[in-house]
Design a protein around this ligand. Structure first.
Ligand code: 5GP
Length: 193
């Protein structure tokens, strides 16, 4: 997706050989026009598939997930990282090791919002080692629903997540695939043109 790749090249900051900061348009400040286009792009890639809900993880997955759900005319649900006084339903939970925070968190979704037989499109902002996406697939499977696909805004293809998810036969569609962040430079799979 050229619009996204250009945004990464112009506004992304390479923090290390492994970490890209995109808080000008995705992780802190959000570019709504880019999110609209991301929603359309995920819709065009998955429109041949039955989708009844979009599932993501708070907080950075919410904007692309909502725009995608709008195109499919289905609800978006986000897994929550913290318990709150109002979050008392029967919960589907899974552990996720956060790559950027280097800590393990429990993520949870009320079983009201994912029902047996639902066809779930999982959306997330980044794919690194596949922990977050793996935990979301675990929650979908606990609910006896189906994973229709996994849509990733930015895949770091040099980390293990994409290979792990594809080995498990999930369909993964990534809008930008980064081959390397070496030398403080973003190099996309297939080149930067
Ligand atoms: P994974 O669970 O696949 O190891 O990592 C994906 C999660 O970690 C994403 O939900 C994202 O929040 C965070 N993450 C992983 N790598 C990066 C990165 O390079 N930059 C940013 N901003 N977040 C990342």
């Amino acid at each position: 997706m050229d619009l996204l790749k250009n945004k990464i090249l112009s506004e992304g900051v390479v923090l290390s050989d492994n970490v890209l900061k995109v808080d000008k348009f995705l992780n802190h400040q959000i570019d709504p026009e880019l999110m609209v286009e991301i929603g359309k792009e995920f819709h065009s890639r998955f429109k041949d598939t039955e989708i009844t809900k979009v599932l993501t993880l708070e907080s950075s997955g919410i904007a692309p997930a909502v725009m995608t759900a709008l195109n499919f005319n289905v609800p978006a649900v986000f897994a929550r990282k913290r318990k709150s006084l109002t979050f008392t339903d029967d919960l589907l939970s899974a552990q996720v090791f956060s790559y950027t925070k280097q800590e393990t968190n429990m993520i949870s979704v009320s079983n009201q919002f994912i029902q047996p037989g639902d066809n779930i499109l999982i959306i997330d902002d980044f794919l690194a080692n596949g922990e977050a996406a793996g935990a979301l697939t675990n929650i979908v499977e606990q609910a006896k629903a189906n994973v229709s696909g996994i849509g990733i805004v930015i895949e770091k293809s040099f980390q293990s997540g994409a290979a792990i998810l594809k080995e498990k036969n999930y369909r993964v569609e990534s809008l930008a695939r980064i081959e390397s962040l070496s030398n403080h430079t973003v190099t996309f799979s297939g080149g930067n043109e």
